[in-house]
Design a binder for this molecule. Structure first.
Ligand SMILES: NC(=O)C1=CN([C@@H]2O[C@H](COP(=O)(O)OP(=O)(O)OC[C@H]3O[C@@H](n4cnc5c(N)ncnc54)[C@H](OP(=O)(O)O)[C@@H]3O)[C@@H](O)[C@H]2O)C=CC1
Ligand SMILES: CC(=O)[C@@H](O)[C@H](O)COP(=O)(O)O
Ligand SMILES: [Mn+2]
Length: 386
C-alpha cells in the first residue's frame, strides 16, 4: 500500500486525488489530509478515508473538526505551520502538494528533507524557488513527480529516453476563454467570464491564471526546473482542444506527445503510483469526437502575463518569486471585483520593476520577497480604479 499525504485535500486536485484513492482501495492509503477552511468537507473526507492526521489551517475551525472526529483515532492539528510538520509525517510515502499558492513552499521543503517523494501539483512552489527545491530533492534523493497535466505529459514522454537529450519542449495551452479576444474586449471582462474555462474544471485561482495566460507562464518556469532546460528550449503552442497535453522534441527532430481527454485524475494517478500504470475506467479518447486538432501562436501582446513570466525567468534570481506573489494578490483582487482583467499585468509588472532584485536568493530571501511583493501589489490594487 502506498501511504499518501494530501496537502489541500478539499480542492480540485485534492478531491480528484481522493477519487483515485477510492477507486483503488488495495493500492493507496491516506495518511494525512489538510484544508484551509472547508471544515465540513475535511470532516467528511476524514470519516471516509480515516487518515492518521488532519490539518485545518484556519484555527477558528479547530474545535469543530476536533469534536466531529472525536473517538475516531485521528489527530487534529490547526494552523499553517502544521503543514510543514505533517509533510514530514514518517508513516507516509508520498506527499501530494495540492495547495494553492506559495504557501506550499515550506511544507514541500519539509517533505523533501524528510525523504518523501513529492507528487507536485502546487506549481507556485517551483516558480518561487525552483532551483532550491530541485537541488534539495537531488540532495535527499527524492523524486519530484509532476501532476500538472503538461508536465506529466513531458515526464511520460521522457520514460525510456534517459540517455537522450531534449532539443525543445512544446507546452500546449488551451488559450483559455478569451482566446482571440482583443485588449478592448478584455478591458471589460468580469470574473464570471474568466471562470469559464473551455476544457478544464479547476480551482478559481488557476482558472483565472489560464484566462490571463499566467498559468502558461508559471508552467514555463515549472518546466525549466522539472526538466533542467534553458528558457530557449521551452515553447508555448496554443492547442484549443487540450487533447495533446505537451510535446517533447529530441535532438534528431523526433517528437513525442502525450494525449488524452482532459481529466486530471490521470496525471494524479500516474504520479501517485509512478512508475506503474493502473487500470481505471476514466473516459477514453474517441478520434471521431475530434476530427481536427488546431495549433496557433500565443498572443503575448494581448496576454502580457506570459511575456512577463518569460522575462522573469530570463532575469532569474527572485524575479519569478516577485511575479508569483504579485499574481496571487491580483488574482484574488480580480475575484473580488477590485481590479480589472488587464490591470493584473500592470500591477505585476510594477512589482517586478520596484521590488529589490536578489541574484542568488536563499530561502529567507524568497520569504521576504514574497512578503514585499504582496504588500506592494496590495497597495497598487487599492490605488487602482476598476
Ligand atoms: N485544479 C487543477 O486541475 C490543476 C491544479 N494545479 C495546481 O494545483 C494546485 C491546487 O489547485 P486547485 O486544486 O485547483 O486549487 P483549489 O483552490 O481548488 O484547492 C486548493 C486547496 O488548498 C487549500 N488551501 C488554499 N489556500 C491555502 C492556504 N493559504 N493554506 C492552506 N491551505 C490552503 C484549500 O483549502 P480550502 O478548500 O479549505 O480552501 C484547498 O484544499 C495549484 O497550485 C494549481 O495551480 C495544476 C494543474 C491542474
Ligand atoms: C489541467 C492543467 O494542467 C491546467 O494547468 C490546464 O493546463 C490549464 O489549461 P491552460 O492554461 O492551457 O488553459
Ligand atoms: Mn497545466
Amino acid at each position: 500500500m502506498k501511504r499518501i499525504t494530501i496537502l489541500g485535500s478539499t480542492g480540485s486536485i485534492g478531491t480528484q486525488a481522493l477519487e483515485v484513492v477510492r477507486d483503488h482501495p488495495g493500492v493507496f492509503k491516506v495518511a494525512v489530509l489538510s484544508a484551509l477552511k472547508n471544515s465540513a468537507l475535511l470532516i467528511q473526507q476524514a470519516k471516509e478515508f480515516k487518515p492518521a492526521i488532519v490539518v485545518i489551517c484556519d484555527e477558528s475551525k479547530y474545535n469543530e473538526v476536533k469534536e466531529a472526529l472525536f473517538g475516531l483515532d485521528i489527530k487534529v492539528l490547526a494552523g499553517e505551520t502544521a503543514l510543514a510538520e505533517v509533510a514530514a509525517y514518517p508513516d507516509s510515502d508520498v506527499v501530494l502538494t495540492a495547495l494553492m499558492g506559495s504557501v506550499g513552499l515550506k511544507p514541500t521543503i519539509a517533505a523533501i528533507k524528510a525523504g518523501k517523494n513529492i507528487a507536485l501539483a502546487n506549481k507556485e512552489t517551483l516558480v518561487v524557488a525552483g532551483e532550491l527545491i530541485t537541488q534539495l530533492a537531488a540532495e535527499h534523493q527524492v523524486k519530484i513527480l509532476p501532476v500538472d497535466s503538461e508536465h506529466s505529459a513531458i515526464f511520460q514522454c521522457l520514460v525510456g529516453e534517459e540517455q537522450n537529450e531534449i532539443e525543445k519542449i512544446y507546452l500546449t495551452a488551451s488559450g483559455g476563454p478569451f482566446l482571440g479576444k482583443t485588449k478592448d474586449f478584455l478591458s471589460n471582462v468580469k470574473k464570471e467570464q474568466a471562470l469559464k474555462h473551455p476544457n478544464w474544471v479547476m480551482g478559481a485561482k488557476i482558472t483565472i491564471d489560464s484566462a490571463s495566460l499566467m498559468n502558461k507562464g508559471l508552467e514555463v518556469i515549472e518546466a525549466k526546473w522539472l526538466f533542467n532546460l534553458d528558457v530557449d528550449q521551452i515553447d508555448v503552442i496554443v492547442h484549443p482542444q487540450s487533447i495533446i497535453h505537451s510535446i517533447v522534441q529530441f535532438t534528431d527532430g523526433s517528437m513525442k506527445a502525450q494525449m488524452g481527454v482532459p481529466d486530471m485524475k490521470l496525471p494524479i494517478q500516474y504520479a501517485l503510483n509512478y512508475p506503474d500504470r493502473l487500470k481505471n475506467n476514466f473516459k477514453r479518447f474517441n478520434f471521431l469526437d475530434y476530427p481536427s486538432f488546431s495549433f496557433e501562436k500565443a498572443d503575448l501582446t494581448t496576454f502580457r502575463n506570459l511575456d512577463l513570466a518569460f522575462t522573469s525567468l530570463r532575469k532569474g534570481g527572485n524575479m519569478p518569486c516577485i511575479l508569483n506573489a504579485a499574481n496571487e494578490i491580483v488574482v484574488a483582487a480580480f475575484l473580488e471585483d477590485k481590479i480589472g482583467f488587464l490591470q493584473m499585468s500592470e500591477v505585476i509588472e510594477q512589482c517586478m520593476e520596484e521590488i529589490g532584485f536578489v541574484e542568488k536568493p536563499q530561502l529567507n530571501d524568497f520569504l521576504e520577497t514574497d512578503k514585499h511583493s504582496r504588500i506592494l501589489a496590495g497597495r497598487l490594487v487599492t490605488k487602482s480604479k476598476v
